[in-house]
Design a protein around this ligand. Structure first.
Ligand SMILES: CC(C)(COP(=O)(O)OP(=O)(O)OC[C@H]1O[C@@H](n2cnc3c(N)ncnc32)[C@H](O)[C@@H]1OP(=O)(O)O)[C@@H](O)C(=O)NCCC(=O)NCCS
Length: 338
């Protein structure tokens, strides 16, 4: 049975059952990834940025003879933001290839269509069944990134300490657990805005104005995801010359996610990229001692960033692709094949 589902009011048993399915999916498709934990999972699924909405459906087994609710075997949610719906679908490996994935997408697509949105986007992990699945539904690839993973047990900490000090004169490198301090929010947002102009076109929106940045940090905290920031301050102007962001999610606290790393155009060539990333890893070592890995996503074309990551010890993992589809065409195609 497929029904609309609200994580805010769901029972703890449903949240636990969804976690089991998510971990079965990870074990099947991404066996090297750490399993997720239940901490803040409800908040992770429920909390959104102001102006955004997430709508979810679950596929649940029928209750057993004693009336106990059945397991959740599939889930879809769509995040409505701007003019696009961003989709995520999960089907338990034991019930795949029976049409459930397609059914779940149809539920979400109909709603996105009714709400007047034109397109649906989705992140598709390379080398998993999701690629053939979305292509069979008419989604087309828009953009490919490479995920890389750093195993912290292989890091040469002495070398890293040296890298972290190798920044040109006139810059001060600072560590800010929790997010940038209020007095730097505007300068921080300006640094992000500049790069947004160059690298626009991603599903994951960057926060480029001060209010959006505050909202985004607040949303991360509510979802149980702890942000850490290292920035390079240009002492003469007080401008943020470079920044790097890592988030440690309560749901998988042994593997952190690298978010944006930015060096503002005028400040390139002074070793900022290498120094801020090295400083971040050194700080995380004491702030998050349970951490064993950091993962990051980069465009293939971003050779400078890939070079620094390789020096730090990151190993290329797999492709991470963005696909999209016109909603009306998708609904039409799915209805026609029912
Ligand atoms: C992608 C996914 C949702 C598909 O679910 P599903 O219930 O198996 O999909 P369906 O049965 O509706 O398949 C629809 C069509 O997609 C295509 N397809 C799906 N899986 C496929 C596979 N493994 N190989 C080739 N084609 C496939 C087929 O054309 C299929 O139609 P057919 O079975 O009539 O040939 C499921 O594999 C899944 O949950 N993957 C994990 C997705 C994810 O988010 N991962 C991120 C963390 S790893």
């Amino acid at each position: 049975m497929v029904r609309e589902w609200d994580p805010r009011t769901a029972s703890s048993a449903e949240i636990a059952s969804l976690l089991d399915t998510l971990n079965a999916v990870l074990a099947a498709d991404l066996p090297q990834d750490p399993p997720w934990r239940e901490s803040s999972l409800r908040e992770y699924l429920a909390e959104v940025m102001p102006g955004e909405r997430r709508i979810s459906w679950i596929a649940q087994e029928d209750p057993d003879a004693d009336g106990n609710p059945g397991a959740i075997l599939g889930q879809v949610h769509v995040l409505l933001l701007g003019n696009i719906g961003v989709l995520e679908v999960l089907v338990h490996p034991t019930v795949r290839r029976g049409g459930l994935g397609r059914d779940l997408v149809l539920r979400a697509a109909r709603r996105v269509y009714q709400e007047g949105f034109e397109s649906i986007g989705v992140e598709v992990v390379g080398d998993t069944p999701a690629v053939a699945f979305y292509e069979s539904l008419g989604f087309t690839q828009e953009y490919v990134e490479t995920r890389s993973v750093l195993d912290l047990s292989g890091v040469d900490w002495a070398e890293l300490a040296e890298m972290s000090t190798g920044v040109g004169a006139g810059y001060r490198v600072q560590f800010h657990p929790g997010g940038p301090p209020d007095e730097l929010i505007e300068a921080y947002a300006r640094a992000k805005a500049e790069v947004r102009d160059i690298e626009d076109g991603e599903l994951r929106p960057s926060s480029y104005d001060p209010q959006r940045l505050r909202d985004s940090l607040d949303c991360l905290h509510r979802r149980g995801m702890k942000p850490y920031i290292v920035l390079a301050l240009h002492e003469q102007t007080g401008e943020v010359a470079g920044l790097t962001e890592v988030v440690v999610p309560a749901q998988h606290p042994t593997r952190a996610d690298q978010y944006d790393t930015i060096v503002v155009q005028d400040h390139r060539g002074y070793g900022i990229d290498r120094a801020i990333k090295a400083r971040m890893l050194l700080e995380l070592r004491s702030a998050e001692p349970q951490l064993t890995e950091v993962q990051t996503w980069n465009a293939q074309a971003n050779e400078a960033m890939l070079k620094v990551n390789a020096e730090l010890g990151y190993r290329t993992d797999r492709d991470w692709c963005e696909y999209s589809v016109d909603v009306a065409e998708l609904v039409h195609r799915l209805d026609a094949t029912r």
